[in-house]
Design a binder for this molecule. Sequence first.
Ligand code: NOJ
Length: 556
Amino acid sequence: MERKWWQEEIVYQIYPKSFYDSNHDGIGDLNGIRKKLKYLKDLNVTMLWICPIFKSPMDDNGYDISDYFALAPEFGTMEDLKCLIDEAKEMGIKIILDLVINHTSDEHAWFQQAIANKDSKYRNYYIFKEGKEVPNNWRSIFGGSVWEKVEGEDTYYFHTFGKKQPDLNWENKEVREALYAMVNQWLEFGIAGFRVDAITFIKKDQSYASIEADGVDGLAKCTKTCRNQEGIKDFLLELKERCFDKYDCMSVAEAPGIAYDDLDDFISKDGFFSMIFDFKAADLDVASGSEWFKRLPWKISDLRTKLMEYQMAVQKIGWAANFIENHDQPRSTTKYLLAHERNKEAVKTLASMYLCLRGTPYIYQGQELGMVNFQRSRIEEFNDISSIDQYYRAMQEGCSKEEALHYINLRSRDNSRTPFPWNATRYGGFSEHTPWLSMSEEYPTINVEEQMQDEDSVLSFYKKILHFRQNSKYRECLIYGDIAFLESDEEIIAYERKTKKDCLQCFFNFSDQGKEETLLHASCKVVFQTQDKVEIKDKVLKLKPFQTVILKVEEQ
Ligand code: NOJ
């Protein structure tokens, strides 16, 4: 593919509420990010994706925007944002913002006017249906019907997510025009691009007909009728042509459920986005159907297959966005390493395995410390609207209180949203004020200060592997090289990265046992490894438990 600047980025995702609180009100802020730019630079990241910072009642922590042109005062001012962008730029760090255009907050002026006056043009900015009965049986993502009754009227409005997040009516050209103008205004402001939220939901099945129920509540998951619907591509093409194409920007879309056969439209040279997040590997343990709250058992070979299918499909067409964590996912340590979540060597191998894949890597705050999931003992301790809904739904489906709590502890989005642990002092050095969400229990031992001093820490390792990817003589191969997966033991993920000049073979042992792999080439040189010297004898590579080894094939 033709080279693009964004292929060389290493993106770090910031959940601003929880990163660093500079004014000690218990909530992280933009000046907090400014204060920590040096930390991010030392980590070797080149781009920040900052989750929504716009004015919002924060029902879904900023994914419910009430003003696209104003910032949430708790995060800071436009001036603070400008300074952050400028200072980051001086350090070689670009910034992308979160673009939430499937819905707004119900406190957005458009929605307020739509509710206040039935005849206002803003009624058609959202999706309203008249009638005494709920229009259909679609279930919203955060629980309950997608329809909410308008007080004092026989009318309902539509929301894919929470009831304070009414969906915009993309069928209305005026809405689209208003959104494009807003997107362009932000691109003019000096940001490098956008992470585009929930974009595959903007088109709904226009019949709005009920479908077969899939739960005891008599409702059916709205992903079936509101995600990747026929006709969505016209909207996506228009968004790209009217906005992204006009700037040399990067766009990464949250696009679950896109079939690999469809990738061409999304990420080819003329695709709608620079890249998209694919969730098949992230969701490998997510159950559906009546036992949706459970975690499915899986093996390393399943993870390998999912990654391979994704990487090979993308390679034919465009560029990948690789991640193992984000603000909606549990911690990757707990999810992928299970009982070994605190084993530093296992955490390092998980990191290297995905950081050397073909594509732009995304690191979520705290992942570079090997943070783990928390255990909360009461529902009142949760902030995530989705966890609270799932707790009650799990009980409705027959779980006991304890079981329901166990399941939401495993998958809650709060797991990754706890305040960032900078040191071992009270509130982890995140703030001097009680944080908006309680810390994870581990902060006295898992924190930046502690890991900075330890050459063998997960943090030191992230710096090392990112430096290897970005600055070593294998940079070209690790960024632009083709990928092919290698036959390997069931508990090993192995792949090859290759350019005309170099061939690197990468082995990641996910077993707590030593493993042997027979090499195809006699002449190989170790160019990167975790743990002590790896042994290669008579073409046999002897990997220690949880070891990573990258070999350069000398003769091909
Ligand atoms: C996806 C975001 O990542 C998530 O945090 C949010 O709740 C929904 N979209 C709704 O905007």
